[in-house]
Design a binder for this molecule. Structure first.
Ligand SMILES: NC(=O)c1ccc[n+]([C@@H]2O[C@H](COP(=O)([O-])OP(=O)(O)OC[C@H]3O[C@@H](n4cnc5c(N)ncnc54)[C@H](OP(=O)(O)O)[C@@H]3O)[C@@H](O)[C@H]2O)c1
Length: 478
């Protein structure tokens, strides 16, 4: 638990494992510790090259918001950093306060969201401590993880696919009262049963990236990969990529993982990915960063890199990929369209390096390729993806855990691409390792498997420091 104090009766009851009746009887605290952005900082990074998120993330107490009838109040035990945390803390591509303002224009309960602060964060695990009057399927005391997708279930399109409802929002990004606090507000339609064999921090790190990757690769709206398909995955050990690799492997497809650091290769082998490409060797050297990129690559340079990537893929698997898993954007999109096979699909959900992409359309139309746009996952897809965790088919990609007080450092590590998989944040949970309900299932899956990402993070920290020492010795000798 964070150092900055929460001795409310309710928080203490949650930590003591109180039952539903006792939790219901505890008064709600007037305020609670949380991490947030401030409206007054929106212009903080104008003309600044390094939009260092440590400058825009604040800690303090926020007032307890009022609960709408279709909402629940969750005592957040743990949360996780997503790349949207980085976007919102950089105020890029637009300050998220604009989303809150737009949401509030709908009036009614939505007006609560427009404040001078935003409690951000889109992944959490915790305990339901209050339910609104219209909530049917959940009760106080339930252990849950949260889907990051807020939908308007009263819109007709939501009956077909929640992601098609025009008022679908990313929780803790386009809404207030998100994951990074001791308490968070969520719609009842965001709740998913917490996998009972996972700790709070292991449970909190999955939903956003796992469900997004599930929709992109497996669900009815994405690329629908099948046994034997070759799937090229950018950022294969990043948040999304770590789950994409596992899903591809479990679906019987053949993942090819792209990484930027040879230390990540072993992790991929453990996840079932035997074919690995180091993007640095092919000239894809930019990194997702705090900076707005200004690359001076000519079309000829770009085409050379595309061909080099295509050659590297054929060398490993003898053919072109059926599907490319995209989220990097400007730096890689042209290559993705080029290398995917005739009739294949590039499925994309993001643009970390810039959202204005260039690709050679001849390769798309003449070879009958497709680009599939994808975003988040609907409620059912979240539940299906979560089930794979419960079956032990997918493991959490948690590599590092920080207390809420250190959230700025946690988000900075993701901003600088210094992490693998997911970075967790302890909120109400006083330390790691709590929240396991099904020890037998945990044993069956295996502690070492569940610790794969954390063990890798420890090992690569050692290897990185050996590399740094070797460089120092080398430069001293020169
Ligand atoms: N629409 C949605 O629903 C949705 C959901 C989740 C995420 N996203 C978006 O998807 C993007 C990735 O999210 P994430 O959680 O996976 O982030 P992440 O954890 O930072 O992982 C991204 C990975 O991309 C790789 N990468 C970084 N710069 C690169 C470059 N210049 N060229 C090639 N690869 C590069 C890195 O791996 P290496 O350095 O090893 O190559 C990194 O591990 C973000 O923009 C995020 O906002 C969208």
């Amino acid at each position: 638990m964070s150092d900055f104090g929460d001795n409310s009766e309710l928080s203490e009851a949650v930590l003591a494992g109180a039952g539903a009746e006792e939790l219901a009887a505890c008064p709600l605290p007037d305020s609670y510790p949380a991490a947030f952005l401030r409206r007054q900082d929106q212009d903080l990074f104008q003309d600044t090259a390094d939009k260092d998120v440590r400058r825009s993330l604040h800690l303090g107490r926020l007032p307890m918001p009022e609960l709408a009838p279709d909402e629940v109040l969750v005592a957040v035990m743990a949360a996780a950093v997503n790349y949207n945390t980085v976007w919102s803390a950089m105020f890029e591509p637009v300050p998220t306060f604009r989303f809150l303002h737009d949401l509030a224009r709908h009036g009614g309960w939505d007006a609560r969201h427009d404040r001078d602060y935003q409690q951000i964060g889109s992944d959490a695990a915790g305990i339901v401590v209050r339910v609104g009057a219209a909530v049917r399927h959940w009760k106080i005391g339930d252990h849950v993880v949260l889907s990051p997708v807020v939908i308007d279930e009263q819109q007709p399109a939501a009956q077909e696919d929640g992601m098609l409802s025009s008022r679908q929002l990313a929780w803790g990004f386009e809404t207030n009262f998100g994951a990074f606090g001791h308490y968070a507000l969520a719609k009842a339609t965001q709740l998913v049963r917490k996998p009972p064999h996972l700790t709070w921090e292991e449970a909190a790190c999955n939903t956003l990236c796992l469900a997004t990757a599930y929709r992109m690769l497996i669900g009815a709206h994405g690329a629908r990969i099948k046994i034997g398909d070759i799937v090229l995955i950018w950022g294969a050990t990043g948040g999304l990529g770590s789950y994409a690799v596992q899903l591809a492997h479990r679906a019987g497809a053949i993942p090819i993982g792209i990484i930027s650091n040879p230390h990540k290769a072993e992790l991929l082998h453990h996840l079932g990915c035997q074919h690995i490409i180091d993007r640095q060797e092919l000239g894809f050297t930019e990194r997702t960063s705090a900076h707005v990129h200004d690359t001076t690559t000519t079309p000829a340079d770009a085409a050379e890199r595309w061909r080099a990537l295509g050659g590297a893929i054929r060398k490993r698997v003898g053919e072109d990929p059926h599907v490319v898993f995209e989220h990097v954007g400007r730096e890689t999109f042209g290559a993705s369209v080029f290398v995917v096979r005739r009739g294949g699909s590039v499925v994309t959900c993001g643009s970390s390096t810039g959202y204005q992409h260039q690709y050679d359309n001849r390769y798309l139309w003449m070879k009958l390729k497709r680009i599939i746009g994808s975003h988040g996952a609907n409620y059912q897809e979240c539940v299906e993806a979560n089930r794979l965790l419960e079956l032990g088919l997918i493991i959490p990609a948690l590599s590092r855990v920080h207390p809420l007080d250190h959230i700025a450092e946690a988000v900075r590590s993701v901003q600088l691409n210094q992490h693998a998989g997911k970075v967790g944040v302890l909120c109400l949970a006083p330390h790691e390792g709590l929240g396991i309900q099904d020890h037998r299932l945990r044993e069956q899956i295996g502690e070492s498997r569940l610790h794969l990402f954390r063990d890798h993070a420890d090992a690569s920290a050692t290897l990185d420091s050996i590399d740094r020492d070797a460089e120092l010795i080398g430069s001293a000798a020169r």
